[in-house]
Design a protein around this ligand. Structure first.
Ligand code: ADP
Length: 231
């Protein structure tokens, strides 16, 4: 299911508007956080430590949302370099391995001698792959114990594009979730921001590529990312 152009424009516009005020919101949030922390001993005496904890958690969540938004509203033109897709994937897997272990899953990179040079902004594409891994880990965590978590990464050559498939055997999604998962702020998670995939979508589109998803509730999910092969 592909996100519509309309949703993409909406995100770009929201990004621009919010970038200017986001900085201003972060400053008061930082001082609120600081003063709540100073008040903490009083909360403890009153037996209201739980309230202090909730306030701090919510301030942090607001900060996360602003942080991700600031990131997503930075100049969008990718700084392209020719890089090996395998080298990039190996690096992101290395970065993610310890967290994957904590979530009880393994990341496997299948090689069919299919390495290619792709024309990409390395930082941006790394962020996309990290987002997709992170979602896969969350989906696997929710079925924890039922089966061994697996994230399989496969690279194939498609005309003009490198196709990267990231498949997990996590909880999967129903149709309703599938149709909305690229929407800004759509999340089914308690602590989610709902920005990971909308930002990823925009990054890949700015590279002249595309991103697709296939999923079955209870079985797992596969993301396909298409990136242009370097000339
Ligand atoms: P967040 O992770 O903060 O919720 P995302 O934009 O990254 O935001 O994801 C949006 C939603 O898409 C998630 O809340 C989840 O419901 C769904 N989703 C994304 N990836 C997966 C996956 N691999 N398996 C199951 N659901 C997923």
């Amino acid at each position: 299911i592909e996100q519509t152009a309309y949703q993409n424009d909406k995100l770009a516009m929201l990004g621009k508007i919010s970038a200017s005020i986001a900085h201003e919101i972060r400053n008061p949030l930082t001082s609120i956080r600081g003063f709540i922390q100073l008040l903490r001993p009083d909360f403890l005496e009153l037996g209201k430590e739980e309230y202090a904890r909730i306030i701090l958690t919510e301030i942090d969540r607001a900060n996360d949302i602003i942080y991700e938004f600031l990131n997503s509203s930075k100049p969008t033109a990718p700084m392209k370099q020719s890089v090996s897709i395998m080298a990039l994937l190996k690096e992101v897997i290395l970065l993610s391995e310890s967290e994957a272990n904590l979530h009880g899953c393994q990341i496997q990179l299948e090689t069919y001698d299919n390495d290619m040079l792709v024309a990409i902004d390395v930082k941006q594409v790394k962020q996309v792959v990290l987002n997709i891994f992170k979602n896969a880990m969350d989906a696997i965590e929710e079925i924890h114990g039922e089966r061994r978590g697996r994230i399989d990464v496969v690279v194939r050559k498609e005309t003009g594009f490198a196709e990267i498939t990231v498949r997990d055997n996590g909880k999967g999604m129903d149709r309703g979730t599938m149709s909305r998962l690229f929407d800004p702020f759509f999340t089914t998670k308690q602590e989610g921001t709902g920005l990971g995939l909308s930002v990823s979508y925009r990054i890949i589109r700015n590279h002249g590529g595309s991103i697709r998803v296939n999923s079955r509730a209870g079985e797992g999910t596969a993301f396909n990312i298409y990136l242009p092969i370097a000339e």
